[in-house]
Design a protein around this ligand. Structure first.
Ligand code: HPA
Ligand code: ZN
Length: 336
């Protein structure tokens, strides 16, 4: 995909990025070799060609399968550093990174192994690339809430490294209400709250209503099905609850990018943002996702800059950093 100089240089913020979803086939092979694991493929190209998901469930199967090569703290460090190096070329300035501790603790990899590797990469990326980052710990919604609660308790000694909690994995049959007690406890512990409301899931609107009114999230991951209920749209505009939309990801798990919905929701005053979700699997990092919006939506540079401003607004970055990022975007647009 051809990325315009404007999109490439625009200072960007990413709020919906699963670090395990940045595992490129080349690194998968490298880590497999290092850890003495045999992959059922001969080349990275073969791995890429095997990606053939058409809904959330089939994607998740490949996604969890791929993680098996992540074993040591160094593996998690390498995974995150590869991501930072990639997006440093796309002028990513700040990122809130999802990680899935249960996808690892369930395989016998300790919480400390995961988070210490990620943390080391975050510190190094700030120095090396000037990218500031924070961690959001996601619970897997297709597992039991008791396991999520145990993971929440396990995270408490690392609280100063974790900004908030999220909810991901298979939403089918796993409504947000299942995790109401876990999220209430997370909030009491000082974590900020977000949850996935994936695209075109049976019960999407009910789930969105629950996360707003019962869970009390600060933002919603995906969530563009909210257009089906104008009353809920009004509520999130009033409360400043933003959406983290992932255009290229949407094409893999449902139909189309939903860019038209992004435009509609923006026009209605919703703070929508553009994100990459699982770039190594869906084939697009932050800049490719912005470019997809530009190409398909035929929107102006001002519109793209507004999407970047929205991400700063609904991010959980410190006020000083937010002011700095808004300034960078404004200055960039003025000179474009
Ligand atoms: N939805 C649900 N679970 C996920 C996703 C997603 O977009 N990416 C990684 N795990
Ligand atoms: Zn996601």
């Amino acid at each position: 995909m051809e990325i315009s100089p404007f999109v490439m240089g625009l200072p960007k913020v990413e709020l919906h990025l699963h670090i395990e979803g940045t595992l490129e086939p080349e690194l998968k092979f490298e880590l497999a070799q290092r850890n003495g694991i045999t992959l059922p493929f001969d080349t990275p190209e073969q791995v890429r060609e095997s990606y053939d998901f058409d809904d959330l469930t089939s994607f998740l199967h490949t996604y969890y399968d791929g993680m098996n090569v992540l074993r040591t703290s160094e593996d998690f460090y390498d995974l995150a550093m590869a991501y930072f190096a990639k997006v440093a070329t796309q002028n990513l300035r700040y990122v809130e990174i999802f990680f899935d501790p249960q996808a690892h603790t369930s395989r016998g990899i300790s919480f400390d192994t995961v988070i210490s590797g990620l943390r080391r990469a975050q510190i190094e990326a700030e120095q090396k690339f000037g990218i500031t980052s924070a961690l959001i710990m996601c619970f897997l919604r297709d597992l039991q809430p008791e396991y999520a609660m145990a993971t929440l308790l396990e995270s408490l000694p690392y609280k100063h490294w974790i900004l908030g909690v999220g909810l991901d994995s298979d939403e089918n049959g796993n409504p947000p209400s299942k995790f109401a007690a876990v999220f209430a406890r997370a909030k009491a512990e000082g974590y900020l709250l977000t949850m996935h409301c994936d695209i075109d899931i049976p019960g999407s609107i009910d789930h969105i209503e629950t996360v707003i009114h019962e869970i009390g999230v600060a933002r919603i991951d995906h969530g563009t099905n909210i257009v089906e209920n104008p009353e809920l749209v009004k509520t999130i505009v009033e409360r400043g609850i933003g959406l983290t939309s992932c255009p290229i990801s949407n094409t893999w798990v449902s139909e189309g990018t939903k860019v038209e919905l992004v435009k509609q929701l923006m026009a209605e005053g919703v703070k929508v943002t553009i994100n990459s979700d699982d770039p190594a699997y869906f084939g697009g990092y932050i800049a490719e996702n912005f470019q997809r919006v530009a190409d398909e939506g035929q929107v102006s540079d001002e519109f793209l800059a507004q999407l970047a401003h929205n991400a700063v607004d609904i991010s959980w970055a410190p006020a000083v950093l937010k002011a700095e990022l808004h300034g960078e975007i404004d200055q960039y647009l003025a000179q474009a």
